[in-house]
Design a protein around this ligand. Structure first.
Ligand SMILES: [Zn+2]
Length: 175
């Protein structure tokens, strides 16, 4: 793995650690599209994502993701097999399943309290999640893992929070 790529992921992760309290081991939430791409590109998710993100990760999925993947039939049966190996985090839709993308969105709704890194090839979902702050996005591009740089929204909120922090420190000093 190229040093430059590792430096990039380290930089992105330290942004999320500093501004959104992400800590190791990172929680990576995967969907069927990501598993399918990993299978196609012969990427061992636990091993390679772990290496790319600096070692310690928990990989999980949800009931809805598994269900949708299973329903899509033989084309995604390989991805379904991979998904089944991961922990299933409770999404709260066990009785009335959502489509995978809506479920992933719901898992990071309300401020991404579980600090999930979302691993998906779904461009529409990634676009939607970029608008919400504090959600690292991971995907495979030509069989290579890539952690997106923080979105404008995430950088903007981090900038505002840190300028507030400076402001309150200066005010406190003056008092
Ligand atoms: Zn769900």
């Amino acid at each position: 793995m190229k040093v430059k790529r590792l430096k990039h992921s380290k930089r992105v992760l330290s942004f999320y650690e500093k501004n959104f309290s992400f800590r190791k081991p990172y929680n990576v939430l995967v969907d069927g599209t990501f598993c399918q791409a990993a299978l196609k590109g012969k990427v061992d998710i636990l091993l390679q994502v772990g290496k790319y993100l600096g070692g310690e990760i928990n990989v999980a999925t949800t009931h809805c993701v598994l269900r949708e993947c299973f329903q899509l039939g033989p084309t995604l049966s390989g991805a379904h097999k991979i998904l089944k190996k991961f922990k299933r985090h409770k999404c709260g839709h066990e009785n009335a399943a959502l489509d995978a993308a809506s479920c992933m969105s719901a898992m990071v709704g309300g401020g991404n309290v579980e600090h999930y890194i979302i691993a998906t090839q779904d461009t529409e979902l990634r676009k939607q999640l970029r608008a919400i702050t504090g959600i690292p996005l991971l995907y495979l591009s030509a069989c290579t893992l890539f952690l997106e740089s923080p979105s404008y929204e995430s950088r903007d909120i981090a900038r505002r929070v840190s300028s507030n922090r400076t402001y309150s420190l200066t005010t406190r000093r003056k008092l």
